[in-house]
Ligand binder design. Structure first.
Ligand code: NAD
Length: 526
């Protein structure tokens, strides 16, 4: 069961990783049909871009209603395709995306309102500037399997609100959830072509990039991100890359250790550790290491693991055989390098599906391979540090920089340390969940990505800004126009020294030379 590949011939067969049961079959979209979907989306864009924000918001709010009315059914589908607990599908996928949808439905108009730009001394010349935001056209979304509902559906809602049309290529491990997203928007009455799903694995994703949409929103591994960047370069298609993470949690000795321990357990083991922002490295200050570790081990041993349909299960199955093998490899690497496996460290012998026990590891060091590569599984390696400087150095010693967290009762220290961590989002006394705050930007430093999703910054990725500049007087030629002369060159010199200083006083001193130059231009124009 577990070794079965999802693509067989021209079909994707979706299996429940917890039970091996077939969840459904989806036809693979051919490259020609992917290109046709993009062409269709481009056509639909012509009328969708003219809709008002109010009309777009009505569709998004109707899609929300569809989700709310089918909440348990959708959560069970997510759980059965991904292995995550059904309750977690509600708390970590449905609830956050419902919030994102209402936020962008209600606020995109305000966020994209055209605005005057301050142009300094040019305003004195009677000029004014404003910025206007236009949709891009077709947005191609290529997500991973770990949050198969909230990530693509949320990105689609933002893209649609900004006036774009959308083509999604869901992960081959969660194709039924992908189709469900299409169905939700269809039930919301979205016009034909505004939101399409194409199904398949990497080749289908590559066909979507090849079809040259106006933007690619990619979530996945660094390796695939690089392939997409290369292919997208052919058409200069711009991309947002949401890639991997190896996220550190720093716990100072003055932290609330009970809370930090509970946060570490949730941050490392929710979604079986398959979150890009999972806690993958915990650094605890020496004096607190023993107590924190004891609390973490106790809490981990109390967790129930099992199939995602049970409400008392906290840790579900992993997504695939490929993923569990990486976890096994990393745990073996820790063992071989001299770290200690305190609990877990093996596949769950009592369960048949792809289950890895939540695993706490002590004695970890940054020079161990598994402290550098993304594990993406239920492991929590713990290392110690002595000083604030050392904690920052260890946290930043990574090719990744997606999220991080800092735990201390000293808020000033928390914020000070947070700003020195090289990561796109850093929490103080919180962990992992900020992807769920759609109002805030999401994205990585270093190899964790390029660009942003969510928040105003994420919305800006989905529009093209246009600058409108008006000369409100338009009676005289500009001093820098042709023909040039010695007088012109002297004017340019003074402009460089005085006008370009930004100082009104200095610019006033330029006026006699400016007048001389304008007179010259007027004389020349007869
Ligand atoms: P992946 O890179 O294997 O696949 C991601 C998507 O890309 C899939 O839909 C896949 O079919 C598609 N794809 C594969 N090859 C392609 C190609 N050549 N051209 C176009 N599309 C192609 O990643 P995965 O295993 O699905 O996801 C796990 C990774 O995603 C982890 O590294 C994780 O950290 C990352 N992730 C990041 C975020 C974030 O917000 N930064 C969120 C979730 C997951």
């Amino acid at each position: 069961m577990s070794a079965v590949l999802p693509i067989q011939g021209d079909e994707i067969i979706s299996y429940n990783p917890a039970t091996g049961a077939e969840v459904g079959r989806v036809a693979v979209t051919s490259p020609d049909d992917v290109a046709a979907a993009v062409a269709h989306a481009r056509q639909a864009f012509q009328s969708w871009k003219k809709t008002s924000f109010k009309e777009r918001a009505d569709y998004i709010m109707r899609a929300r209603e569809v989700i709310l009315s089918e909440m348990d059914e959708i959560a069970h589908l997510i759980s059965s395709e991904s292995g995550k607990p059904f309750g977690e599908a509600i708390s970590m996928e449905l609830a956050p995306v419902l919030d994102l949808m209402q936020y962008f439905a209600r606020n995109t108009e305000k966020l994209l309102r055209s605005a005057k730009i301050g142009i300094g001394l040019y305003a004195l010349l009677g000029r004014s500037s404003k910025i206007v935001y236009h949709p891009l056209g077709v947005v191609g979304i290529i997500p991973a399997w770990n949050y198969p509902f909230s990530i693509p559906l949320g990105e689609a809602a933002m893209a649609l609100m900004a006036g774009n049309t959308v083509v999604i290529k869901p992960s081959e491990l969660t194709p039924m959830v992908g189709l469900k997203i299409g169905e939700i928007y269809e039930k919301a009455g979205l016009p034909d072509g505004c939101m399409q799903i194409v199904s398949g694995a990497g080749a289908t994703g590559a066909a979507l990039v090849e079809a040259a949409p106006d933007k690619i929103m990619f979530t996945g591994s660094v390796a695939t991100g690089k392939k997409i960047a290369e292919a997208a370069a052919k058409n200069l298609t711009s991309c947002v890359f949401e890639l991997g993470g190896k996220d550190p949690m720093i716990v100072f000795a003055d932290a609330n250790l009970e809370l930090a321990a509970a946060a570490a357990v949730w941050g490392a083991f929710c979604n079986s550790g398959q979150s890009c922002s999972s806690v993958e490295r915990l650094y605890v200050q020496e004096g607190a290491a023993e107590e924190l570790t004891r609390k973490i081990i106790e809490k981990t041993r109390d967790l129930t693991q099992g199939t995602g349909d049970r409400e008392d299960v906290s840790v579900g199955a992993m997504s695939s055989e490929r993923q569990i093998k990486i976890v096994e490899d990393h745990v073996e690497d820790f063992r071989a390098a001299g770290a200690k496996i305190e609990t877990g460290g093996r596949r769950n012998p009592n369960l048949e599906g792809i289950f890895y026990e939540p695993t706490v590891i002590t004695g970890a060091h940054n020079d161990m391979r598994a402290m550098q590569e993304e594990t993406f599984g239920p492991t929590l390696p713990i290392a110690t540090f002595a000083t604030e400087e050392e904690a920052i150095r260890l946290a930043n010693d990574s090719e990744f920089g997606l999220t991080a967290s800092v735990w201390t009762r000293d808020k000033a220290k928390g914020k000070r340390v947070a700003e020195r961590i090289e990561a796109g989002s850093v929490c103080v006394n919180e962990v992992l969940y900020t992807h769920g705050i759609g109002q805030t930007p999401w994205g990585g430093f270093k190899n964790s990505g390029r660009g942003r999703t969510h928040g105003r910054e994420g919305l800006m990725e989905l529009v093209q800004p246009q600058h409108i500049h008006v000369n409100n007087i338009a009676l005289l030629p500009d001093a820098w126009w042709m023909p040039y002369s010695a007088n012109a060159v002297e004017t340019f010199r003074q402009m460089a020294r005085k006008f370009a200083s930004g100082s009104l006083v200095k610019t006033t001193m330029l006026l006699p030379q400016l007048l001389k130059r304008i007179k010259e231009l007027l004389r020349n124009s007869g």
